[in-house]
Design a protein around this ligand. Structure first.
Ligand code: FAD
Length: 394
């Protein structure tokens, strides 16, 4: 963007999308950038693992958004396991290439936060309560009062207030099943079974699956990160906490549906370290209008089966930066950004629904599947691509 074309931008949300957005807005010449983050504490301890496709990772490194110093664990293969009597890891149904890097969410966020230029005002404990758009700007209302900016970037996640302002009444729809997440120190599994390095495990059962990969713990050791997706008959759709129904379903899955090694992984993580994550689908029809612009989960939430939410958030930021470069006005940059990214968001939401259907809601009869049937099933489910994120056309 021509230097100084925009005086000031407020970024709502200081997570993955928000930190990266603050960086590129300053790089694009916006004079004053203020990040409003609701959370008071550091965000670094939130979340667990983030798998990033190596192809997408290379694009984000080239865009200067991922820092090569962030620790990661390599993955090369995906093994699909199904319970088979007392076999510790179960039976391998099939093996597929899986070119991903496994990051810790906290390490990734810390690097993005460290990359926010020092002259950006990063306000923590600063929830945005409302937005009012007028002709050539917007007022952001916080507890201390309102402040005027030339534009507002919504990086405020799945329940985005900025999206709500842009698309009133567009609510995220619950996927209908949750994810349980946990991370267990690798040494707690010593002697239980031989799970090879570089392998991401998809442990499948009728009604759901468990995804497992190792991530760095930041102290030279490794954590075994896992995400379990399954339907929970009779659970209230809106419940957020690990209530009785969710605990009972988790116990049933670990005791009766997972092979012993994987069940033990969940048990040894410890009940206090397991948390529940609600899953949603939503995609904003337009990513930008007037003086508001959406990024990351604020723009589109696709189910995490796509393995691409963080990637999508950073790609949004990369495309915002290339749209701003050379643009004559904020409006023309925002229009180009919207045209490039809104269709990707829609495609990713559709892919997430399709993968959720096949991996959770209408699973195959896993016990009778062989490797060829698995490959054909996956090829049909994953369709036109996009698993791990669509390529970033530059
Ligand atoms: C189970 C699960 C597994 C996943 N696995 C992967 C994976 O392997 N690979 C991958 O790429 N992605 C994965 N994702 C997706 C990824 O975590 C998200 O897509 C990504 O973190 C979105 O980042 P964001 O910055 O857009 O939003 P968020 O991280 O949700 O951040 C939004 C921020 O906005 C702040 N905020 C909200 N409202 C306000 C307000 N009014 N005022 C001020 N601040 C506000 C919040 O406090 C928060 O910090 C997974 C997601 C889930 C649920």
């Amino acid at each position: 963007m021509r230097s100084g074309i925009l005086e000031s931008v407020a970024v709502v949300g200081g997570s993955i999308a928000g930190c990266a957005a603050a960086l590129v807005l300053r790089r694009a010449g916006v004079r004053r950038v203020v990040v409003h983050e609701r959370a008071t504490a550091e965000l670094a301890d939130r979340g667990v693992g983030v798998a990033v496709h190596t192809g997408r990772c290379a694009e984000l490194l080239a865009a200067g958004l991922i820092d090569e110093t962030v620790p990661w664990e390599p993955m090369r293969l995906r093994h699909w396991y199904v319970r088979d009597g007392s076999a510790a890891l179960g039976r391998v149904v099939g093996v597929q290439p899986f070119p991903f890097r496994a990051y810790s969410w906290g390490h990734l966020w810390r690097a993005l936060r460290a990359g926010v230029p020092g002259d950006v005002e990063f306000r923590t404990g600063s929830p945005v309560l409302g937005i009012a758009v007028d002709g050539d700007g917007a007022v952001v209302r916080c507890e201390g009062g309102g402040e005027r900016y030339a534009a507002v970037v919504g990086a405020d996640g799945h329940a985005s207030l900025v999206r709500d302002h842009l698309h009133p009444g567009l609510a995220p729809s619950p996927a209908g099943y949750p994810a349980w997440r946990g991370a267990c120190p690798q040494e707690r599994l010593d002697g239980l079974g031989e799970w090879a390095d570089g392998v991401c495990a998809y442990v499948v059962f009728e009604g759901g699956h468990l995804v497992v990969y190792r991530i760095p713990d930041g102290r030279g050791g490794r954590l075994v990160n896992w995400v379990l997706y399954a339907t929970v008959p009779g659970a209230p759709a809106a419940s957020r906490a690990l209530d009785t129904a969710h605990r009972a379903r988790l116990a049933e899955i670990t005791d009766e549906l997972l092979p012993p090694f994987w069940g033990e992984l969940v048990r040894r993580t410890g009940p206090d370290s397991v948390f529940l994550q609600r899953l949603y689908d939503v995609s904003a029809p337009r990513y930008a209008s007037d003086r508001l612009l959406l990024l990351g989960d604020a723009a589109t939430v696709a189910r995490p089966h796509t393995g691409a939410g963080a990637v999508k958030a950073l790609q949004d930021v990369a495309v915002l930066e290339s749209s701003l470069a050379g643009a004559e006005s904020w409006e023309s940059a925002a229009g180009a950004y919207d045209a490039a990214r809104a269709p990707v968001g829609r495609a990713m939401t559709a892919l997430g629904r399709r993968l959720g259907h096949g991996l959770v809601e209408a699973t195959p009869a896993w016990h009778t599947q062989d490797a060829a049937e698995l490959d054909a099933w996956w090829a049909e489910l994953a369709g036109q691509g996009g698993f791990g994120g669509r390529g970033l056309a530059r």
